[in-house]
Design a protein around this ligand. Structure first.
Ligand code: ADP
Ligand code: MG
Length: 742
């Protein structure tokens, strides 16, 4: 028999009519490779076979016997089908019962010999019986196992339990996987032999078999280690290769006059902190080079990343290059635009005229030309100005870099809050960045590779180092480690339901002192009758709970009409038009409102230094990173600031996440803690990292990450093109495809 190749489509192996095939396809499992890389979530130990007479209550066990009697009936009282069988071996007999699995009666006929695996339960009468055991009929013809004996899939061994989705059961998956193994699939080892040996990892074919059908738990564990390592290793190879590729690209070197920078810094309303200066210096050194900068500027919320990026954009403009300055929300894009306007008004320029800047949002386009000249225009007109190179620094969401916007001379791309952009968006961006590059025509470059803009991304989400190296490992890193002087620590407290009135009293006092307040709610709408009916019908406590979440609209009504009828309350949420949102934000900044009730749209970046109180409703609902970002909206000015974590239940104070927020000294400490506690999936919340589960798990192990990185660096150092590692090259391609498909 020919060996099965990994890329063989499943239908060729198991027959296209098998219903399991459709369900597997829904899970994205199409080939032999896909299926064998769908790993068990855990194993059930049915490896011991017992004589029926020896069964003890509560035991997990396999018995081997003959079906003496089997019948199906319907219990009208309990409204379910019940199959009952009597199974006998030499030592005795036992009853087995299955609920709502009528097909068992057809699969198991009287006289059949079978294995039964499950838990020995005890009835009210004290009788030991098997409740819904897994069964496996012994084929009477000669076995097909390697040693002539029939190989068991579901019983009498460590039985793999798969993540069950789309209606395919573990039993169904085991069945198909076992069929594949009978055809002896053969994978080429893609981890170079030296690395396998150095880390004592099992070879791929053995590991695949061991992870699905281990003989001993230790084999499964070692196999799992191998696949964890493998993903981290591939990730590192991909990162390092990306880094090498960027280093080989060409970019426009910018001329930076240090005297000019000094003058510029002298005109800022504040002195840069030491790490702002260091970060700026690192950026300047990068953009002076004829290769593109690819740098992540990371710093805690409020550490002042914007001004550093803004200076880089000004340098680019003074070199005659355009910058695209992108933020994840329009609110934030507008804020950066306004900041830049103020900054440019303060500084003097060599030519006497400040560079023109523009803001492009879904609703409007506006260009600002020095002094106070500002022009709203159609998007088409705006696009023409950008394409003509008339606007030097363009602010917007990541729509900016979509195909519709053409730049004349794009020299610098800045992305704020870049962790909000998933792996896939980053990949798109990289591709797009190359297309949008100002062809090599400029400055007599005379052919050669096209020029690629410099790239600066910013993030306030403290990313633990292991994640940093893995997910963003292709980037160079600048860190802002301190906050501007004079900031006071935010006083954070967990507020149980009974203290709500006190909290409202505190809000009033803050407003009376002239401060402003954010109230964050977890949902937008009040649930309607239909929602409520559905939740009740489902009797699912989680659904009921969701209904109790505070909604922005409801809370807005309550606060503006009942609790603070005398104060100015506004509302902000994602269903509002971009224009409306901008308007509300602008008015809030201008202190036209005292309280802003909002969904998570204010989560990132928003800067209102007069706001001193952040009240988070249903705080248990939010991920740690989100809570941290919310809190970062206050404490940005000279006033003492507060954060109230409102819990739905009196027990909320025990919530580990909320406690972590209270205790952590800074974001990085918080991130490390959370990673250790709950894994990277939790920390990033809904943000897609695009990584397979097993890699996400592996990221909790800093030692493994480090080893994988070293191994990848050594390999690429010796063989940058991976010429000697063809299977690895192919594997890498597949890995990256899967990553970007997620
Ligand atoms: P983030 O790093 O979270 O994006 P911002 O760039 O929004 O922070 O800066 C937060 C606030 O701190 C802004 O109001 C900004 O003007 C101010 N700021 C930035 N740098 C300094 C500094 N060196 N000294 C004082 N204030 C600063
Ligand atoms: Mg910011």
């Amino acid at each position: 028999m020919r060996h099965l190749a990994p890329e063989t489509p499943l239908f060729e192996v198991i027959g296209a009519r098998l219903p399991a095939l459709k369900r597997l396809e829904k899970m994205g499992i199409r080939t032999v490779d896909d299926l064998l890389r769908h790993f068990p979530a855990r194993y059930e130990d049915f490896s011991k076979t017992y004589a029926i007479a020896d069964l003890e209550p509560g035991q997990q066990a396999t018995i081997h016997g003959v079906v003496e009697d089997i019948r199906a009936r319907h219990s009208w009282r309990r409204n379910m089908s019940i199959v009952e069988a009597t199974i006998a071996d030499e030592s005795g007999s036992i009853r087995a019962v299955w609920f709502n699995q009528p097909y068992v009666a057809t699969a198991l006929k009287t006289g059949r010999e079978a294995n039964f695996a499950g838990k020995a339960s005890v009835s009210e009468e004290g009788e030991i019986y098997l409740s819904s055991p897994t069964y496996e009929v012994i084929r009477t013809r000669s076995g097909e196992g390697e040693d002539g004996a029939q190989e068991m899939n579901h019983t009498a061994r460590l039985v793999p339990v798969y993540p069950e989705t789309h209606g395919i059961t573990s039993r169904g998956i085991r069945f198909v996987v076992q069929q594949l193994f009978r055809r002896k699939p053969e994978f080429k080892e893609w981890i170079p032999a030296g690395i396998l040996q150095a880390f004592r990892l099992p070879e791929v074919n053995a590991a695949l078999r061991a992870i699905h059908f281990p003989k001993r738990m230790a084999d499964a564990t070692r196999a799992r280690e191998r696949f964890s390592f493998e993903d981290l290793f591939l990730l590192q190879v991909a990162n390092l290769k990306q880094k090498m590729a960027v280093a080989a690209e060409r970019a426009q070197p910018m001329a930076v006059d240090i005297e000019r920078i000094k003058r510029l810094l002298g005109e800022l309303p504040f002195a840069l902190t030491p790490s702002q200066k260091k970060a700026l210096w690192e950026i300047i050194q990068d953009i002076e080079k004829p290769h593109p900068m690819n740098r992540l500027l990371q710093g805690d919320v409020g550490s002042g990343k914007t001004v550093v990026a803004a200076i880089a954009a000004i340098i680019a403009a003074e070199n005659g290059y355009q910058s695209a300055f992108m933020a994840p929300t329009e609110i934030l894009a507008r804020q950066h635009f306004e900041t830049m306007k103020k900054l440019l008004a303060r500084i003097s320029t060599d030519s006497g005229t400040a560079p023109a800047i523009g803001l492009l949002t879904s609703g409007s386009a506006v260009a600002h030309y020095g002094a106070d000249m500002e022009a709203r225009s159609t998007k088409a007109e705006f696009g023409r100005r950008v394409a003509a190179g008339e606007i030097a620094i363009i602010f917007g969401t990541h729509a900016l870099i979509q195909k519709s916007v053409k730049f004349a001379r794009l020299g610098l791309v800045i992305i704020d809050e870049q962790h909000r952009f998933g792996v896939r968006q980053r990949a798109e961006l990289t591709a797009r960045r190359k297309e949008s590059s100002p062809a090599s025509a400029g400055a007599g470059a005379g052919g050669g590779a096209p020029l690629v803009p410099h790239f600066l991304s910013m993030s306030a989400t403290p990313i633990p180092r292991t994640l940093m190296l893995s997910i963003f490992g292709d980037l160079d890193l600048s860190l802002i480690t301190e906050l501007p002087a004079g900031r006071k620590a935010i006083t954070t407290s967990i507020v149980p339901p009974q203290d709500r009135e006190k909290a409202y009293g505190f809000i009033r006092a803050q407003v009376q002192e002239g401060r402003q307040v954010f109230v964050i709610c977890p949902r937008i709408d009040v649930p309607d009758e239909e929602d409520k009916e559905k939740a009740r019908a489902s009797a699912d406590p989680r659904q009921m709970k969701t209904l109790e979440l505070k909604s922005v609209k409801e809370e807005f009504e309550k606060l503006s009409k009942t609790i603070f009828p005398d104060l100015r309350v506004a509302m902000l949420h994602g269903q509002m038009k971009a224009r409306e949102k901008e308007e509300i934000m602008k008015q809030f900044k201008a202190r036209e409102y005292d309280i802003l009730v909002s969904t998570s749209v204010v989560e990132v970046g928003v800067d209102v230094p007069n706001a001193t109180l952040m009240m988070i409703e249903g705080a248990e609902r939010f991920g740690l990173a989100q809570l941290y970002q919310f809190r970062g909206r206050v404490g940005r000015g000279e006033h003492q600031s507060y954060c109230f974590l409102m819990t739905d239940t009196a027990g909320g104070a025990a919530n580990a996440r909320l406690k972590a927020i209270l205790e952590a000294k800074n974001g990085f400490e918080l991130a490390e803690k959370d990673l250790a506690l709950r894994g990277p999936g939790q920390f990033f919340g809904q943000v897609q990292t695009g990584l397979p589960d097993i890699a996400m798990e592996a990221l909790r192990d800093p030692e493994l990450v480090k080893e994988a990185r070293e191994a990848a660096a050594n390999l690429l150092g010796a063989d940058p093109q991976l010429k000697s590692a063809a299977p690895l090259r192919r594997r890498l391609m597949k890995f990256l495809e899967d990553l970007h498909e997620e």
